[in-house]
Design a protein around this ligand. Structure first.
Ligand SMILES: Nc1ncnc2c1ncn2[C@@H]1O[C@H](COP(=O)(O)OP(=O)(O)OP(=O)(O)O)[C@@H](O)[C@H]1O
Ligand SMILES: [Mg+2]
Length: 284
């Protein structure tokens, strides 16, 4: 066979391998949803997940529900037993230590981290990790430290990690080693929602957290109030903070929620989902 042909073939192969390597590296994203309690973080996150799944925007997806009141599972109509959450595993471990089945000198962190992998719930198209609540006395510092390490180690195995953050931003106060690439701050049409949005931005400055992009998402804003959020974002005068857009209040979303349905099954023609598709295309 011609030598030139073989050399060209080798170069082409290297190019293809390099292209896919770069593409896969570029894909790794960690996206967190934050905002005041009840503004629609989990709802927006699940609509984002639906958008990613239906448009095949990522292959390996991990959803981490870091809210102690397990939430994502509720919105997708799944029941997660407490013992299958990280909080649940911690309780079992604590009982084992107390009943002397384990030496108190056994490193607790390592035990919990190895248990974390058994908490991964495999759904059809993504994996779900529920933090669950921490029972008994003690603060959330420990569980948050575990969460930090979980995000750091687990997210390396996924193209896309989506985080549902608790309202209090506890885990942002403990910087994760791997930088969250995009932060979506959700606000509803309330003074408190906008106040929390600004507070989150202050915390980000105080802790010098690095996000490639910070997006503001207005959920359930009546048409005539949208301008208020637009102006608020403009007045922030920050390059990295951009208005993502709005998702309208929608009866079907409320209905799915109260009847315990799966929000991912929301009709593709649903007007709020159509809005979601348009705005989430800015992220991925
Ligand atoms: N666009 C929407 N249209 C209709 N209902 C909505 C919409 N967004 C959120 N909701 C409803 O509002 C309620 C709160 O939403 P959600 O649970 O997503 O908020 P959250 O910010 O995650 O709350 P928490 O801080 O308690 O975790 C739910 O009942 C949800 O169905
Ligand atoms: Mg929630």
């Amino acid at each position: 066979m011609n030598n030139n042909f073989l050399i060209n073939l080798r170069f082409s192969l290297i190019k293809v391998v390099f292209y896919y390597y770069i593409k896969r590296r570029k894909m790794k994203k960690i996206i967190a949803f934050a905002g005041k309690g009840g503004v629609g973080k989990t709802t927006s996150l699940v609509l984002f997940l639906k958008y990613v799944l239906e448009n095949k925007k990522a292959q390996d997806i991990l959803v981490i529900d870091s809210d102690p009141d397990a939430n994502v599972a509720d919105v997708i109509g799944e029941e997660v037993k407490f013992c299958d959450t990280i909080g649940g595993k911690m309780k079992i471990l604590k009982n084992k230590i107390q009943s002397m089945k384990l030496s108190p000198n056994t490193p607790k962190n390592q035990l919990i981290e190895s248990d974390v992998y058994t908490c991964l719930i495999e759904m059809d198209d993504f994996d779900l990790l529920e933090m669950g609540r921490q029972e008994g006395e003690g603060c959330y510092c420990f569980i948050n430290d575990v969460l930090k390490r979980v995000i750091d180690t687990l997210s390396k195995n996924y193209d896309l990690t989506i985080l549902d953050s608790p309202a209090g931003l506890e885990h942002f106060a403990r910087k994760t080693g791997r930088d969250v690439t995009d932060l979506v701050i959700v606000s509803d049409a309330s003074k408190m929602g906008i106040h929390t949005m600004k507070r989150i931005l202050e915390i980000i400055d105080e802790l010098t957290l690095k996000f490639e992009k910070i997006w503001i998402l207005g959920n359930r804003f009546p048409e005539d109030l949208k301008d208020i959020l637009v102006k608020e974002v403009e007045n922030l005068n920050r390059d990295r903070v951009k208005l993502l857009g709005f998702i309208s209040n929608n009866e079907e979303i409320s209905k799915i929620n109260i009847t315990g349905g799966n929000l991912i099954d929301l009709s593709e023609e649903n007007s709020s989902y159509q809005e979601a598709i348009e705005i989430f295309a800015k992220i991925i």
